[in-house]
Design a protein around this ligand. Structure first.
Ligand code: DAH
Length: 339
């Protein structure tokens, strides 16, 4: 009998439960009014005298072990109930946290930066509030030059010399003023134009400017660089440089890429031609080099400028430029990315 009681002590010590019903069953089995311990105590009178002492000890041990176990598990249950009461169930899995996503303009901008940094271009930035010199005059657009009308400008009313930059070409001026050739830089940034907002144009948008100045830089280098970019960015390997005019480059060209005419969308966005314009470019005008303190007899260079929104719209088939600025999460959430 003593051995049997010792076995029960082992069972009590090993007992564990998360469940109230099981704990109650345990209590009834050992400590209940018809429980085992009661039975053993009743048995005490039948135990031979020489065993009474040991029998009494083990049975008391069983009783205290069972009582302690019951108490400690009950306390555990109660402490859990308390935390549930105040904070809700702390053991529940957490609500999923909403992770934001990068803005499509930032994604495309970073992609462009990656592509050019692979061929040795660094990134430069300049102020969005510019002066006349950096936005216009140094770029071969003196006061009253008719080409200033190509870009409708927001001026700061109290000071006509200060304006919101109309293009990131202003950054190339700043960069040339502060750095000596060889120069290989791209300048992404926000620009502003006083234009009516529609699905195709906005008064705020982004550009990436590129500038390469060194000895013997040629138009062929420009074309090759742009071809490399279009292959990497769009997977298209045909471009066309269409003669154009910009005051800061000579000769100047518009950059067209051959998009193709496979789908209905291709027809729509290329107006049935298969060609799409993505920006302007040219050989930096010697006057601009001089204005920025670079010897135009020794150095030549090319420059280009592209609209980031336009590229993002092409890549992601976005039909309305205003979507970039409306901050509609249903739109923005679609651009989850690790870049
Ligand atoms: N700044 C021009 C614009 O905003 C774009 C541009 C054209 C930039 C030709 C250039 C360039 O650097 O060479 O329309």
């Amino acid at each position: 009998m003593i051995d049997k009681i010792k076995e029960y002590i082992g069972e009590v010590e090993a007992f564990q439960t998360q469940n109230k019903e099981e704990l109650e069953a345990f209590r009834i089995k050992f400590l209940g009014s018809k429980g085992l311990i009661k039975d053993f105590f009743a048995e005490f009178k039948n135990v031979p005298n020489e065993q009474k002492k040991e029998f009494g000890q083990v049975i008391n041990q069983l009783k205290t072990t069972a009582e302690d176990k019951l108490k400690s598990i009950q306390e555990l249950f109660e402490s859990k109930e308390e935390t549930v009461g105040i904070y809700g169930d702390l053991t529940r899995p957490a609500e999923p946290v909403k992770i934001g996503s990068r803005h499509p303009i930032s994604l495309v901008k970073n992609q462009i930066i990656d592509i050019f940094s692979n061929i040795g271009f660094n990134v430069s930035e300049g102020p969005e509030i510019e002066d006349d010199w950096h936005n216009f005059t140094a770029l071969n657009l003196p006061e009253y030059h008719p080409a200033r009308d190509m870009q409708d400008t927001f001026f700061i009313q109290t000071n006509p010399d200060i304006l919101l930059r109309t293009h990131t070409s202003s950054v190339q001026v700043r960069y040339m003023e502060e750095n000596k050739p060889p120069i290989r830089t791209i300048s992404p940034g926000r620009v502003f134009r006083n234009e009516a907002v529609s699905s195709r144009s906005h008064c705020i948008f982004h550009q990436v400017e590129g500038l390469y100045i060194d000895k013997d830089v040629s138009f062929a280098d420009l074309k090759q660089t742009l071809l490399y970019f279009t292959k990497e960015m769009f997977g298209k390997s045909k471009i066309r440089l269409r003669p154009s005019y910009f005051p800061f480059t000579e000769p100047s060209a518009e950059i067209d890429i051959y998009w193709g005419l496979k789908t209905e969308t291709d027809y729509r966005i290329t107006k049935g031609t298969g060609w799409l314009e993505i920006g302007g470019c040219g050989m930096v005008d010697p006057n601009v080099l001089k204005n920025c303190g670079i010897n135009a007899d020794e150095f030549t260079g090319f420059a280009f400028g592209m609209g980031v929104e336009r590229i993002a719209m092409l890549l992601h088939q976005i039909g309305d430029i205003r979507m970039f600025y409306e901050n509609d999460v249903r739109f923005l959430e679609q651009f989850k990315s690790s870049i």
